[in-house]
Design a protein around this ligand. Structure first.
Ligand code: FES
Length: 571
């Protein structure tokens, strides 16, 4: 809808009064009310998608970061103009933050397109914000550079280090098992998240930051810089400068996010032992540009990509250690023979040129292993297929108990999250450590909007008896900071009538990670009978964003994007 692709700065994308000269004059006069000089208003404009919020603790340092971005833009000859978009603070949203990711992406896309912006700095961090911004920017098609807030620092609890949110779960499990008192858990609660920034482990936020760097949409070395480190401000300033240089360069997101760079990002995800959520987000980002991610291909990559990073939730270190150990630069050097090195990055160099320039940088092998002596010989994630998940399910094998990988078990079924909450700690629950816990109706089409509830708690009576892990299966997601033998994203989900909806207490289910299979061992006739008896789906919402969501959301294998947002760019 731009009047002319050659127009830059304030003169582009004019409101249409049928008089172009009047529209420019009017816009400039209103812009002058903000105190800008004619010289400033004649500069190219860098928009800054700005996402602080009283409901987003992870972005609480954004005002200072914004100043640094603006400094960089002005120094390079641009005019920085920030604009607010939806912000998604992970733990403050109901039913889930994923439910609103597409809303944020639409907001971001439309504001980039609607406003007179020549390039954009995307300031995000908390879990869903970065994928939402990349999805929006990919669809908008203007030059864009991602800047993340960076991870929190850890704190101390006696001899222990505390960092959100793997330690949140670890101590809560101890509390449930009666090993931690009420007073202790309250002290721990105050020490888990003590600085600005995103969760301190390789959870979803840090995984997405690292994948964005691997994709080439972020300046080299900037994914892991802690939120409160001065280097974070320098990265912000450099991102602002680079955003000005991008204007007129033709380096738009579709030149950077390609089939090859998506495959690089997948390799990195596997080498990080990163969050399962990242598969959903990467699929959605790629889908905006018509690129499909095949779970079969992911399995091939997983078999030939070692886990290199020793970070929580699967290992022992935190993001600040990863930064000090060499960060993404070290990971990319180890993966070099497996990467597509000719992919272009936002810095204007290819990935290969970047790696060459960083050849001799420091690496701490306690945190980032060498490819010939990896943490694990194979990648952190696998996709499973079978009669229970015809279109796939995900298992984070690097966070799971290998002893449970080849196993048949009896299903104990919870029909919803409410049912789970009501019965999981019932002392009379008929459950043993060998059973498979199954949760239904927590997928993208369910009223719960695919929450991170796939990490089903170990039933209290088993937790107290020392059981630490069980096979758990659902159409839900799992926090990137969680761990266990947990089969997630079962597709199609139960709410859209997938086979998961047909599982009943006592059914046998077979898991084989080696064969990449998850099968419900019930004969076809019986399944047909159960399908005929399924209760009708609840009436869908009739208004607002909820209606849009339930009418349009796709399954996990399509990234849970909306069906009308994938594919062609929207201009
Ligand atoms: Fe924001 Fe974890 S809550 S990244």
């Amino acid at each position: 809808m731009n009047d002319s692709p050659d127009k830059k700065g304030l003169a582009q994308g004019l409101t249409n009064y049928g008089d172009t000269g009047f529209a420019v004059y009017l816009r400039r006069s209103f812009a002058k009310s903000m105190g800008y000089s004619s010289e400033m208003l004649s500069r190219p404009i860098v928009g800054i998608a700005y996402t602080p919020s009283g409901f987003n603790n992870c972005h609480r340092h954004f005002p200072e970061l914004l100043d640094a971005v603006k400094r960089g833009v002005i120094a390079a000859g641009g005019l920085p103009l920030d604009f607010p978009t939806v912000s998604l603070g992970e733990v403050f949203l109901n039913p889930t933050s994923l439910f609103y990711r597409n809303l944020m992406s639409m907001d971001t896309e439309e504001m980039i397109r609607a406003q007179p912006i020549d390039s954009v700095v995307l300031m995000g961090g908390c879990d869903k914000t970065v994928p939402a911004q990349l999805m929006g920017a990919a669809s908008a098609g203007k030059p864009a550079i991602q800047l993340v807030g960076g991870p929190m620092l850890t704190s101390r609890y006696g001899e222990e280090r505390l960092g959100a949110c793997t330690d949140c779960r670890r101590f809560w499990a101890k509390y449930r098992a009666g090993e931690v008192s009420d007073e202790e858990i309250e002290t721990i609660e105050g020490g888990l998240a003590t600085t600005a920034g995103t969760c301190a482990v390789m959870g979803t936020a840090s995984t997405m930051a690292c994948l964005t760097e691997a994709l080439g949409m972020m300046l080299p070395g900037s994914a892991a810089i802690p939120a409160v480190h001065a280097d974070r401000l320098r990265a912000a300033e450099a991102s602002g400068r680079r955003a000005v240089e991008l204007i007129g360069s033709g380096l738009t997101p579709e030149k950077i996010i390609t089939e090859a760079s998506i495959e690089n990002a997948l390799r990195v995800l596997l080498a990080l032992g990163g969050s399962t959520n990242a598969i959903v987000h990467l699929t959605a980002i790629a889908g905006r540009l018509g690129i499909e991610i095949s779970l079969d291909r992911m399995n091939d990559l997983s078999d030939s990509t070692p886990v290199l990073v020793n970070l929580k939730p699967t290992g022992s270190h935190y993001m600040e250690d990863f930064f000090a150990a060499g960060g993404m630069s070290a990971v990319l050097r180890e993966l070099e023979p497996k990467l597509h090195l000719d992919c272009m990055t936002i810095g204007g160099e290819t990935l290969g040129e970047r790696i060459e320039a960083e050849r001799n940088l420091y690496v701490d092998r306690a945190v980032v292993a060498a490819a010939d002596r990896p943490v694990e010989p194979k990648g952190g994630l696998v996709a499973l297929f079978g009669s229970l998940a015809p279109r796939g399910a995900i298992l984070k094998r690097s966070a799971a108990d290998e002893k449970l990988f080849e196993k048949e078990g009896r299903a104990l079924v919870f029909s919803s999250l409410d049912d789970l909450a009501a019965r999981i700690d019932d002392p009379g629950l008929d459950v043993t450590a060998d059973d498979f816990l199954v949760l239904q109706n927590a997928g993208p089409k369910s009223p719960s909007g695919m929450p991170e509830s796939g990490y089903l708690p170990i039933p209290a009576k088993l937790a107290k008896a020392g059981v630490k892990d069980m096979v758990r299966i659902s159409d839900a997601r799992m926090s990137g900071t969680a761990y266990g033998t947990i089969v997630l994203h079962v597709t199609p989900d139960a709410a859209s009538g997938g086979p998961l909806a047909l599982v009943r207490d006592g059914d046998r289910i077979r898991l084989s990670v080696a064969a990449r299979r998850i099968d419900l061992l019930v004969d076809e006739e019986e399944l047909k009978r159960r399908r005929a008896e399924l209760p009708p789906s609840p009436a869908p919402p009739t208004r607002g964003y909820q209606k849009l969501y339930f009418d349009s959301v796709l399954q996990a294998d399509k990234g849970c994007d909306f069906n009308f947002l994938q594919g062609e760019r929207g201009d």
